[in-house]
Design a protein around this ligand. Structure first.
Ligand code: G2I
Length: 452
């Protein structure tokens, strides 16, 4: 029997040793240890499993129970879009978006922001603008919304669906496109300035396999990377019927090879081959280290925008479907964890230390630029679960201006960071992240971790 590094990494040492001796008992042991929710199963390889959430459904107990049990990432289905957040020019309304974000964060979940600029769901006043007036309004919108949510968003869909369908591989015509071909990079630069900690994604549909449209996006990302335009991730929406494209993994891999993360952002699959196709999409993501997570576009079939197609993982009454089991099994079968990624503007340094038994380790991913930095600290539990943790960092010259997902003891010199309520518990071998932003230099932080 061949023990692959993949199977070993998922199974406690003692079980691996027993399996090596007893052969077939490996399967039994792995099944006994399998995670029982989508979020926990994805977390085994450092990934997330998310869903789109509608604020209007947060009073529905069946919906909220599934949300809180199964998912650890949330996207607002409509509430953070332009028409919702800026119904009148310069007047912002974050009520729906904040409700979703607070519900998610209060239950230990992270949030994907969706979407800062899109040709659809623009408020009426923006639809009537053009040229430099529209460009100015659009960039102001990006700045205002990303600033409101600064430090709270894992990743933003900065621009949504800007490429044309069909074989051209070019941009879609829209009022935004008519302001000049550089509107996308202007939006990404504004988003980075407003929230340096958020990963910045380009998101689109019919781009799950290798085709003219996804190649157009690939060329844009390659161009952005070569010119230093800030982009960290590509979202593949994955609104599918019956099958995952046979070259989906290859498509994810080619984007990853450009140095961006890939996320499956709006997954739903109609058709009689649904369960198999869900498994195939899951495996395509797990096979690429930089595919960092999957989001389904709604919880129950009755929550889907694809009315009557029943494309989701739960029935309208909230029961798990065959597609759910297919996803859970694929997640439990594992895959290499995502690499640590950075949102680099000038220099990036990453330090890591080996996991220790019992306690914890901390590593830093530093995004440093002239006069400022963002540090993302990863806390990894050793061979025992953490019930609380403390990370110590040393700032040689910089000062902390804001932080998220941890409480800091100060803003300069030696700072002790302790967990907040929702990230105190870290299962053995798994990780959680917190971060801070500062002025000056963030080099030499040299984080150390202790269980508390
Ligand atoms: O169209 C499916 C998705 C494609 N990718 C971008 C996503 O943002 C998009 O999501 C859908 C939502 O699932 C729908 O819920 O975007 C639609 C708008 O294009 C959303 O539909 C809208 C209706 O068109 C509105 O009439 C309604 O007021 O939902 C609104 C809120 O219920």
């Amino acid at each position: 029997m061949k023990l692959t590094s993949r199977s070993v990494s998922l199974i406690p040492l003692v079980a691996t040793v027993a399996a090596a001796v007893l052969g077939a008992s490996l399967i039994v042991t792995a099944t006994a240890n399998a995670a029982t929710t989508l979020g926990a199963a994805a977390a085994q390889s450092g990934r997330y499993y998310g869903t789109a959430v509608a604020a209007g459904k947060l009073g529905d107990s069946t919906y909220v129970n599934i949300l809180n049990t199964e998912f650890n990432m949330v996207t607002a289905e409509n509430e953070m879009k332009w028409d919702a957040t800026e119904p009148n020019r310069g007047q912002f309304n974050y009520s729906g978006g904040d409700r979703i974000l607070n519900q998610a964060v209060g239950n230990g979940k992270r949030v994907r922001g969706h979407a800062l600029l899109w040709h659809q769901q623009q408020p009426g006043w923006a639809q009537g603008l053009s040229g430099s007036d529209l460009r100015q309004a659009a960039i102001n919108h990006v700045t205002q919304v990303a600033t409101h949510y600064r430090g709270k968003i894992y990743a933003w869909d900065v621009v949504n669906e800007a490429f044309a369908d069909g074989g051209s591989g070019g941009r879609r015509d829209s009022n935004l496109q008519r302001t000049g071909n550089d509107w996308i990079e202007a939006a990404f630069r504004a988003a980075r300035a407003a929230d340096p900690a958020a990963k910045l994604c380009y998101n689109d549909y019919n781009t799950d396999g290798i085709n003219a449209k996804s190649t157009g996006i690939y060329n844009m990302v390659r161009d952005f990377k070569s010119r230093g335009v800030p982009i960290d991730c590509v979202g593949l929406q994955a609104h599918l019927t019956n099958n995952a494209p046979s070259d989906m993994q290859a498509n994810i891999q080619r984007f990853a090879d450009l140095g961006v993360d890939v996320q499956i952002t709006e997954l739903d699959i109609a058709g009689s081959n649904q369960a198999n196709a869900y498994g195939a999409v899951t495996r395509a993501c797990l096979a690429v280290a930089r595919c960092t997570g999957i989001t389904v576009w709604g919880i129950r079939d009755s929550d889907s925008w694809r009315t009557g197609e029943n494309p989701l993982l739960f029935t309208s009454s909230g029961a798990k479907k065959a597609a759910y089991n297919s996803v859970l099994d694929a997640l439990n079968a594992g895959g290499p964890g995502p690499t640590t990624t950075t949102t680099t503007t000038t220099t990036t340094t990453t330090t890591t230390t080996d996991p220790v038994p019992g306690g914890c380790t901390a590593s830093v991913s530093l995004n440093q630029w002239n006069g400022g930095f963002v540090a993302t600290i990863k806390v990894t539990a050793g061979s025992s679960a953490l019930r609380g943790w403390r990370v110590t960092t040393t700032l040689s010259s910089g000062t902390v201006t804001s932080s998220w997902s941890a409480n800091g003891s100060g803003t300069s010199g030696t700072v002790n960071w302790t967990n907040v309520d929702y990230n105190a518990n870290v299962p053995a071998g798994q990780s959680t992240e917190f971060g801070f932003q500062g002025n000056g230099s963030g080099s030499g932080l040299n984080p150390s971790c202790a269980a508390s």
